[in-house]
Structures are given as structure tokens and as C-alpha cells.
Design a protein around this ligand. Structure first.
Ligand code: BYC
Length: 323
């Protein structure tokens, strides 16, 4: 009998909670951690935010490979700062995911066990210094295009984390653009190095926006919940339009001769992408998937003493407070 009463109580709370949740979405306001939310909304957020956090953390690796080989002290300092920013982004996002009840330790365990997703783009190798420029310009550029609308995501902690991340990403994109510009205005060999890097990173950067809309199972619901504001294809074509102008200033070209603006739809058209390659990368068979995960595992093991020391310090502080 008691059980039945509590079930009835929970059910009416859910009905009231759902009405409040829907009212918040209808007025385009924000859901906060203590607000009632449907389990599916919570799950979707943990999925997207944790994948995003993992991308920032794994995404440190392709560029970090070049810190020791950056061509000058100034370039080294800039690159180190950029890679550290990415670590910071990962931390804001893990914190946002924790407000939904999933601890960072669990998310990290899933990542190093190979059970979690992170962005496909970070499974490609960085072959030359120009790749660092191409990552900044194209990868951070795609990230900004995807993430500016996420500043308005309905979940408060996620949207607020994105505001700061986007500001930092703007600096990252400019430093990438500047590396490519300098190479492009250098010797013919340097210009070719910049062009090769753009040729290699262009299509993978377009795939960062996710599968085509017809093949995107999560988009519709995420847009109904005001998490995503635009579809994958919508953002992808918008990004192509931005890059078409910027590449002219660089004096380089995009490796796609089918780009054109369609006056009728008001959208950019581009050549087709190799979605089989995308699926292979997602299935763990990209050029660097195993290397990235192995490196992340090693870093986690190597950092065990830092976690132990931090926990011991926190315990000591707690005891001092109690005494
Ligand atoms: N790579 O239904 P869909 C950075 C998965 S880091 C891998 O369209 P959704 C940076 C998707 O998860 C920036 N997986 O999904 C860092 C789903 O699988 P599950 C990273 C992908 O969520 C360091 C399935 O495919 N940015 O900038 O509606 C250095 C079906 O897709 C990808 C973010 O994380 C992909 N590219 O839309 C430099 C942005 N695309 O989960 C730079 C936040 C799709 O059902 N995330 N999948 O098993 C988002 O905006 C959305 O999650 C996505 C996908 C647009 C990526």
C-alpha cells in the first residue's frame, strides 16, 4: 500500500515536472541541474557533453606532437597555450556532465576502455608543421561554427561552458590561419606544405559536423529539446561558405571544385564526402584510433600519483575544517 502511494506521488511529480520542463523549453529558457528533466534528455546531454569533453582531451594529442618541433620559441609558446586551453575545455565540460549525475571518473573509465566516442577528426595524423595551421584554421573553425549555437543550448551548465570555450576557439582559429598565411607567403615549398595540409584536413573537418541529416538519428529530438539549434548539414554548408572566402585571403584553394552558392535555397553546395571513411573511423579503424587511446591510457596511469596527492590534500583540508 505504502509502495503504491509513493508510486502515485512519483507519477504526479513527473506530470508536474514534465509540464514545467516543457514550459521552460517553450519560452526558450534554461533547464538547470536541480530542475526536473526527462531521463532521455539527461541521457542525451551526458552523451553529447561527455563526447565533447573527450574530444577536447584526445584532441590535445595531434597538436601536442608538434610542441617540441615548433619552428620558433614564440610558436612553441603559442602552441603550448593552445593545447592547455583544450585541456581546460575538457574540464569545463566534464564538470557540466557531472551536474547531470555522472562522475568524471566513470566518463574517463569509459574513454580509456574504448567504450566512449570522441570526434572523428582526432584520429588523423599530423604530418607536417602546416598541419598545426590547418587544424587551427579548419578544425577549430568547424568547432566554432558548431559550438556558437550550442551557447544557447537549453541546459544551463552546457551553454555557459560553451561561451567561454568559443571565445578561446576564436583565438585558436586565428593562430591557425596565421600559420598558414605565413607559410603560404613563404617559399614555394612552404606554400605547397600549407596546401597539402589543407587538402588533407578539409574533408575530415567537414565530417566533424556529423552524418548527413537523413542519417542522423539524434538530431530531431536534440533540436526539439533546444540542445542542437541547427542540423548537421545546415552547419556544414554554412562552414563551407565561410571557408570559401577565407581561403582566398590565404592564397590557397579548397580541394573541392563543386562548391557553389545556390541562390534558390540560399545554401552552399559542396562535393560529396566519403561517409564510408567516416564510419570506419567511428568503428575504431582510423589511422590513429589505437595510438590516441593508448596514449590516453598511459597519461591516465602516469597521472595516478597526482590524483592520489590531490585526494590526500582534500582529505587533510576537510579534517582541518572539522577540527
Ligand atoms: N565524430 O545523430 P548524430 C575541438 C556520432 S573538439 C565522432 O548526428 P548528434 C578541438 C554521434 O555521436 C570539438 N562521432 O549525433 C579540440 C552519434 O553516435 P551515438 C568537438 C560522431 O549528437 C582539441 C552518431 O554519430 N565538438 O574543437 O545529434 C583541439 C550519429 O550522429 C561524429 C563537439 O563534440 C563525429 N564527427 O550530432 C582542437 C560538438 N558526428 O552517440 C579542436 C558537440 C556524429 O549515438 N557535439 N557522431 O553513439 C555535437 O554538436 C553533436 O554531438 C554532433 C553529432 C554534431 C557531433
Amino acid at each position: 500500500m505504502v509502495q503504491n502511494l509513493s508510486a502515485v506521488g512519483e507519477q504526479s511529480e513527473d506530470i508536474a515536472g514534465l509540464a514545467a520542463f516543457e514550459a521552460i523549453l517553450a519560452e526558450d529558457s534554461r533547464i538547470e541541474p536541480r530542475d526536473w528533466m526527462p531521463e532521455a534528455y539527461r541521457k542525451t546531454l551526458v552523451r553529447q557533453i561527455s563526447q565533447h569533453a573527450h574530444s577536447e582531451i584526445i584532441g590535445m594529442q595531434p597538436e601536442a606532437n608538434w610542441i617540441s618541433r615548433a619552428p620558433s620559441l614564440k610558436r612553441k609558446a603559442i602552441l603550448m597555450a593552445k593545447v592547455q586551453d583544450e585541456a581546460g575545455h575538457g574540464l569545463y565540460l566534464y564538470s557540466a556532465a557531472e551536474t547531470l549525475g555522472t562522475p568524471r571518473t566513470k566518463l574517463t573509465e569509459d574513454l580509456i576502455a574504448g567504450k566512449a566516442r570522441y570526434s572523428s577528426i582526432f584520429n588523423y595524423p599530423t604530418r607536417s608543421w602546416a598541419d598545426v595551421g590547418a587544424i587551427g584554421w579548419l578544425v577549430d573553425g568547424a568547432a566554432i561554427c558548431n559550438q556558437v549555437p550550442l551557447c544557447r543550448a537549453s541546459y544551463g551548465p552546457y551553454g555557459r561552458a560553451m561561451v567561454r570555450i568559443c571565445k578561446e576557439e576564436s583565438f585558436h582559429q586565428r593562430q591557425g590561419f596565421e600559420i598558414l598565411l605565413e607559410l603560404s607567403q613563404g617559399t614555394p615549398a612552404q606554400k605547397q606544405m600549407a596546401q597539402d595540409a589543407v587538402n588533407r584536413w578539409y574533408a575530415p573537418a567537414l565530417m566533424m559536423f556529423g552524418p548527413p541529416d537523413d542519417d542522423s538519428p539524434n538530431s530531431k529530438q536534440s533540436m526539439a529539446w533546444n540542445i542542437k539549434r541547427f542540423s548537421n548539414d545546415e552547419l556544414r554548408q554554412r562552414f563551407v561558405g565561410m571557408m570559401v572566402e577565407q581561403v582566398k585571403v590565404l592564397g590557397l584553394t579548397l580541394p573541392d571544385d563543386q562548391i557553389r552558392f545556390d541562390e534558390e535555397t540560399g545554401k552552399w553546395q559542396h562535393g560529396s564526402l566519403d561517409w564510408n571513411e567516416f564510419k570506419e573511423v567511428l568503428a575504431g579503424r582510423g589511422a590513429c584510433n589505437s595510438q590516441r587511446l593508448e596514449r590516453r591510457r598511459e597519461a591516465h596511469q602516469d597521472g595516478a600519483w597526482v590524483r592520489e596527492a590531490a585526494a590526500a590534500y582534500a582529505l587533510r583540508e576537510q579534517r582541518v575544517e572539522v577540527a
